[in-house]
Design a protein around this ligand. Sequence first.
Ligand SMILES: [Zn+2]
Ligand SMILES: [Zn+2]
Length: 117
Amino acid sequence: MTCRLCNFLSPEERSRCSGTLKCAFDSQGNFKQDNWCCQTIHELQKLAREKGNYQQQADSPAHIYTLHIPQNDVFNGYVVIEDEECCSANAIMVNSQEQRPLTLEIAEQILKNDKQK
Ligand SMILES: [Zn+2]
Ligand SMILES: [Zn+2]
């Protein structure tokens, strides 16, 4: 399974990222580390640059993106995405009690919530 945004990606947009697209979500909608250019992750990164928090690390090639998760029944806190190469990322959800891999459900809620504003 791939996320909605990866599914509807136009060939022109697909060619903008080098390499073969590998969605970052498995069939259960859980984040997987073996990914490349997932469009949902790219959208979250874009949103973090514009309205969240984005940092280039001084002592490593990593970029850190942070986004607040809108109030919901599944997980509240923040999403943190890290990438070293632009198209491959690691993504977790964190709060003061726990840490979990990002789910597609939460990722889509963040993007949907932003569109509603
Ligand atoms: Zn995807
Ligand atoms: Zn990409």
